[in-house]
Design a protein around this ligand. Sequence first.
Ligand code: ZN
Length: 241
Amino acid sequence: MHSQRLPRFSRWILVILVISLLLYAAVRWLALASQTNSFQWIGTRVDRVETSEKLVALTFDDGPRGKVTQDILATLNRYQVKATFFLVGRQIKQFPLLTQQLWQSGHQLANHSFQHRAMDDEDWQRYGWELSDTDALIRQSGYQGEIHFRAPMGKKRLLLPLQLAWRGQAHILWDVNPHDYQGTAPDIMVQTVLNKVKPGSIVLLHDRDNTLAALPGMIEGLKAKGYRLVTVDQLMAAAQH
Ligand SMILES: [Zn+2]
C-alpha cells in the first residue's frame, strides 16, 4: 500500500490553521453572545435572585438629578422602603449632598459609570477611569457599603466583564423593565411591574417624573401582593444556593 502523505511541515501548517479557525469562531461566538443581556463570559452577573421569599429590589438609574431624585427619595422614605441607586459620576459631582442623603436614608448606592456612555467599544482604559472615578465619588460621599456596577444601557461585550471581574465588582442587571425611559405612562408602568414581578426580581427604573408618579401605586401594589421592598444587597443575601 502506498499512501500519499503531506510533508511534515505542511501537516503542521494545516493543524495550526484549523486551531486558529476554531479559536476565531469561539471568540466570535463569545463576542456575539456577550452582547445579549442573558450572558456574560466572566465575573458575577445578577439579573434576579433565586429565592422563595417575596422580596423585590427597585433600582433607580442615572441620578442623582436634583428635584426628581429628591422627590423619589421622599416617596421611598414615606413608605419606609429601601431601594438601590445606580449613580452616574458626573451627576454625583453636581449633587454631592443629595448623594449623601440617599445612603443616609438607608438606600444602597452603586456605580453606573462616569459619563453614561455605552461600554461596548472595548476601550479598557476608559472603563478603568470611569469605574474608578465614580467609585471614588461614591466613597467621598461617605458611603461604606460594597459598590456594585450596572453598565449604561446594560451594554457590554468582552472587556467590561473582564474589568469588573478584575476589580471584584458584580454586574447588576434586571428582570423587570417597565420602560420608563420611553415615557411610559405611570399606570402602565405599575401594571407591567405588578404583572412581571417574581420573588427575587430586580426592577429597572430611572430618576424621571413618570417614574415618580408611578411610584406610590407601584409600592402599594407590591405591598398588597405581599412583597417586601429591599436593596440589591439584601436581595442577594436572601439567595438560595
Ligand atoms: Zn442608565
